[in-house]
Design a protein around this ligand. Structure first.
Ligand code: RUQ
Ligand code: CUA
Length: 675
């Protein structure tokens, strides 16, 4: 705390000096965004800040932006952003405010650097366990990462992310940043890639998406009768660090397209809110051939869709005695959900997208993509409307609460509002897709307000480049937002970077939100050339408890215990039983032991490698050519893979990490004699 204050004062002093210099020397005092093309400072002025500013043609805004993001070598970022990787199927970890990419985490897609999905047995088993039946899927579409929480605040222990394409959810352990579990939703083929934890991470909520017959087939002409929506509630067991499918359940819903969810917190703890669209139940079909209304317009007819409100506390009780199973999975039938008071609808205008609960848990904010307002609902009013039975019902009998009875405020922000985040100053931020802007607006009277600012008012808009989807503010979806920084996750980058061909990067833009009023400042552009991230969360770095070396030599990261096949120095061996061969190998700079493995064509080989390393960053790789094997063996880890020796020949296995001066010597021969 004290140190950061000191840094702050030093930074402020440096800032004043440099800004003054810039003011004197800047050729352009106008636009902060339109920096002149970068010029290399000439050699003689390289050490003089004012001269560099002049030589590069930087504006005062450029200079303050640079000072706010520059992170000297060896200093760490105060925040980490965990971003989904979209259809790269991964998670990306970025330091904030430096916007340096620190790590990619292999999740639904193999990642060779991490040896993820290239032979290592526990990864392979995990992929297979999470595959739809009969499929062989090696990618995913990650949208909404969700950090584990304790009392509504990130705790730095676990990370969840969903796969939109195949309705799967993954569990990532933040002790070693490795994916530990993938579960396939047994009753649906798609969701919105959304995972949302409850305030103590008891449940991971997987919202739905496109309606379909639950675990069945029916023609599209029977949409209303046989197609259904669903939301799934995965039980997370922190002790074992796994989702427990047997204790999880889903709720059958009308065939609207359920979308993103958010958990209630504090006053609204125990409730779940999910937006939906296509309450029209449009079934699509394009032009003369199919003779119907295409989804594009069919799905946007109604003035209101329905926010789904689930009483999760009650639903979990009902699920415990529910006997209805689909594909062996606990599914609460729609009639039961209605009869037991587990499900209510709140009308929400106009093709809504996402719902974001305010820090105190008292308001739910929804944006209609086709409505220039955000609509704010009061949790208290919602509870009263339920008690008063102030509702009509939809065609399936679900109570639809009266809009006027539950609505607290509507704030006009601009075109194409999508997602909302919060800070510690009583501001909310909403992305405006069509405006390409981030709007800052004030929350209700029970949140702090700056002098002269009224509740529920638009305060500032900052242009972003371009077509912003989600935004992520520092701890901005928790019960205690940190404030200070916000990242706009822009879908298009058009003119921002040198052209790298027709597939352009996405653009993460860092915005300083620390001031009040109309003070938002764009600081930094980070091109993202590895997929289309959707959502991200920004957590204080200090919350992490990650390890650098596995706790014991011979550690199995998947069981988080010593591996029964751990091999210590001197215990290396090759054991043969008929055509089954088991290799017990060790790795340490700069050799594998043994260096010769002689087997026969047709042998079935199980191969264990234990890293004897105890030094930070002393990682070895292990590749076998021709057999699609590549491992990453981190300090202390025991990894296992299997191969069937169907190709004869001499294969040099080698270490794929440049681990030492004699790294090239870290090799050995796998000799497979012909049959
Ligand atoms: S989405 S741009 Cu979260 Cu998949 Cu809204
Ligand atoms: Cu071990 Cu290179």
């Amino acid at each position: 705390m004290k140190r950061s204050l000191l840094y702050g004062i030093i930074a402020a002093l440096v800032l004043v000096v440099i800004v003054l210099a810039a003011l004197v020397l800047s050729p352009d005092e106008g636009g902060g965004q339109s920096a002149a093309p970068a010029q290399a400072p000439s050699a003689g002025v390289a050490d003089d800040a004012a001269a560099v500013i002049a030589a590069r043609g930087l504006t005062p805004e450029n200079v303050t932006a640079a000072l706010k993001t520059y992170t000297p070598s060896g200093q760490h970022d105060p925040y980490l952003m965990f971003s989904s990787g979209g259809h790269s199927g991964q998670i990306h970890v970025v330091g904030v405010p430096s916007m340096r990419l620190l790590r990619t985490i292999g999740v639904f897609t193999p990642e060779p650097w991490q040896g993820y999905g290239y032979g290592e047995e526990s990864h392979t088993a995990m992929f297979e366990a999470g595959e739809p039946e009969g499929a062989d899927i090696r990618w995913g579409d990650t949208h909404h990462p969700s950090l584990s929480e304790t009392n509504g605040v990130y705790d730095g222990e676990w990370l969840f992310v969903g796969d939109k394409a195949n309705a799967r959810v993954a569990v990532i352990d933040l002790r070693d940043f490795e994916t530990k579990q993938i579960v396939k939703n047994p009753i649906t083929m798609n969701d919105h890639g959304g995972t949302f934890v409850t305030p103590n991470t008891d449940w991971v909520v997987e919202g739905g998406q496109y309606g379909a017959p639950i675990g069945d087939f029916a023609p599209i002409s029977e949409y209303n009768e046989h197609y259904r929506g669903q939301i799934t509630f995965w039980k997370f067991n922190r002790e074992i660090g796994r989702i427990v499918p047997e204790e999880s359940f889903a709720m059958e819903l009308p065939p609207y397209w359920q979308d993103l969810c958010d958990s209630g917190k504090l006053v609204s703890d125990g409730w779940i809110f999910c937006n939906s669209f296509n309450t029209e139940r449009a079934t699509g079909g394009v032009g003369a051939v199919e003779g119907a209304v295409p989804f594009e317009s069919g799905v946007s007819q109604n003035d209101m869709d329905y926010m789904h409100v689930v009483n999760l506390t009650r639903a979990a009780e009902v699920a415990a005695t529910n006997t209805n199973k689909v594909n062996g999975f606990n599914v609460i039938p729609m009639e039961t959900a209605i009869a037991e008071g587990l499900l209510y609808f709140l009308p929400e205008p106009k093709s809504p997208h996402g719902v974001d609960v305010a820090p105190k848990g008292d308001f739910m904010v929804v944006s209609g993509k086709l409505d220039p307002h955000v609509t704010v609902y009061s949790f208290e009013k919602m509870i009263k409307a339920i008690a008063d039975k102030n509702w009509t019902t939809d065609e399936y009998g679900v109570p639809v609460l009266a809009f006027d009875a539950v609505m607290e405020a509507q704030v006009e922000l601009g075109l194409g509002p999508l997602h909302t985040q919060y800070d510690n100053q009583g501001y909310a931020y909403t992305s405006l897709y069509l405006d390409s802007a981030v709007a800052r607006w004030t929350l209700g009277p029970n949140y702090p307000h700056a002098e002269g600012e009224e509740p529920w008012t638009l305060i500032d808009k900052e242009s972003v480049h371009y077509n912003v989807g989600h935004i992520a503010a520092a701890e901005g979806d928790t019960a205690e937002p940190a404030g200070g920084f916000l990242v706009a996750l822009n879908k298009w980058s058009v003119d921002r970077f040198a052209n790298v061909g027709p597939l352009l990067p996405q653009n993460f833009q860092l915005i300083d939100t620390s001031g009040q009023g109309a003070s938002l400042q764009l600081l930094y552009d980070m091109p993202v050339g590895f997929g289309e991230p959707h959502y991200a969360q920004i957590m204080k770095t200090e919350r992490l408890k990650s390890i650098q070396i596995y706790p014991e030599v011979g550690w199995n990261p998947h069981t988080w215990s010593k591996d029964p096949n751990a091999t210590l120095a001197g215990e290396e061996r090759v054991v043969r039983d008929g055509n089954k061969v088991e290799v017990f190998m060790t790795a340490i700079r700069s050799h594998f032991t043994p260096e010769h493995i002689e087997i026969n064509q047709g042998d079935e080989v199980t191969w264990h490698i234990t890293s004897l390393e105890q030094a930070v960053d002393a990682v070895h790789g292990f590749a076998v050519p021709g057999y699609n094997i590549n491992l990453s063996i981190e300090p202390g880890e025991t990894a296992t893979f299997q191969l069937t020796a169907n190709q004869k020949g001499v294969f040099s296995y080698y270490c794929t990490e440049f681990c030492s001066a004699l790294h090239l010597e870290m090799t050995g021969y796998l000799m497979i004699a012909p049959e």
